[in-house]
Design a binder for this molecule. Structure first.
Ligand code: SF4
Ligand code: SF4
Length: 304
């Protein structure tokens, strides 16, 4: 008889870690078939968390709440927002991949470009795996990034934005805060990729150990750093933030470089994610210590 799946918070963390450890899809597809990933941070957010409505105001009305995406794609299993949980994970880049990209000056290292393509293919497989396991155990589930109507739209505030942002889901699930370059700084740093699944399951939300959505970035904490500005070969980061359009154009240019230099269809950059104080951890000492000691700040104000 098949063993009943443990779908507690710890059980889901274990499900994700086991898939990373055992799946043949976890590969960079390089000569040695090195794994793309070796670890994950996992957090949970309630479908009824007011932060989802704040995202509608901050990112745009096109950004789905968990209830909206779930209701569209699981109509046979009606659920109230409070019956839903967003399961979010962070896949930190491995040290060898970060080290390689630290040396890059204009276009990504081969390792980084491989992760951007094949590591993300694994991330998609992980989304399917988590959603499948939940469904098999009787919990309707959907991976918002994999639904056919997920889209990118023009946004007055952000040039463009998507109907579901994995980084915003991770922020809601207590996994990190935004940096000057727009990346999400997590306990394992900013060099990472993120994924999520929305499910009809009750799991205690992870408390957000920050009172401000930029608490882990040195620039916003005390006006120092700005190292990501210097790392960006496209001059897409300034003290005013991240110019998504300049960044996008550089990513388009990287395709040709990756094909010509590494001989595969790929792209990427991520130079602002390495060789910076937030590469592999939280650089703001007080915030890092608060997280390590399990101290929680007062409830966060609305996003501004
Ligand atoms: S490099 Fe410095 S300024 Fe840029 S996101 Fe990281 S901590 Fe913030
Ligand atoms: S990904 Fe590359 S182009 Fe985009 S902001 Fe970072 S360093 Fe600049």
């Amino acid at each position: 008889m098949r063993k009943r799946a443990d779908l507690s918070a710890d059980g889901i963390r274990e499900l994700i870690r086991r898939f990373i450890a055992a799946s043949p899809q976890n590969t960079m597809k390089n000569e040695n078939e090195d794994p793309a990933w070796d670890d994950a941070l996992v957090g949970f957010a309630s479908g009824a968390d007011p932060i989802w409505q704040q995202y509608k105001e901050y990112v745009g009305p096109f950004h789905w709440t968990p209830w909206e995406v779930f209701s569209q794609h699981c109509p046979e299993t009606p659920a109230k927002a409070e019956e839903l949980t967003v399961i979010s994970w962070v896949l930190p880049q491995r040290e060898t991949v970060r080290r390689a990209n630290r040396r890059a000056k204009k276009y990504p290292a081969e390792e980084w470009a491989r992760i951007r393509v094949y590591g993300e293919e694994f991330n998609a497989a992980l989304r399917r795996h988590v959603a499948d396991r939940l469904r098999q155990a009787g919990h309707a589930a959907i991976a918002p990034m994999l639904v056919p109507n997920w889209t990118v739209v023009k946004s007055a505030r952000f040039s463009y934005a998507s109907s579901w942002s994995e980084r915003h889901a991770a922020h809601a699930a207590g996994l990190g805060t935004f940096g000057l370059c727009d990346g999400l700084i997590t306990a394992k740093g900013k060099a990472m990729r993120v994924g999520s699944v929305v499910a009809r399951i009750s799991i205690k939300p992870t408390l957000r150990p920050y009172s401000d959505h930029r608490a882990y970035c040195l620039y916003f904490a005390d006006g120092t750093c700005g190292k990501c500005i210097d790392r960006c070969p496209a001059h897409a980061i300034t003290k005013s933030g991240h110019d998504k359009e300049k960044c996008r154009r550089h990513l388009v240019r990287s395709r040709e470089y990756v094909k010509k230099t590494y001989r595969f269809e790929g792209y990427g950059c991520g130079l602002c994610q390495v060789g910076v104080p937030c590469e592999a951890g939280i650089p703001v000492k007080a915030a890092r210590e608060a997280l390590e000691q399990g101290k929680l700040p007062p409830p966060p104000p609305p996003l501004a």
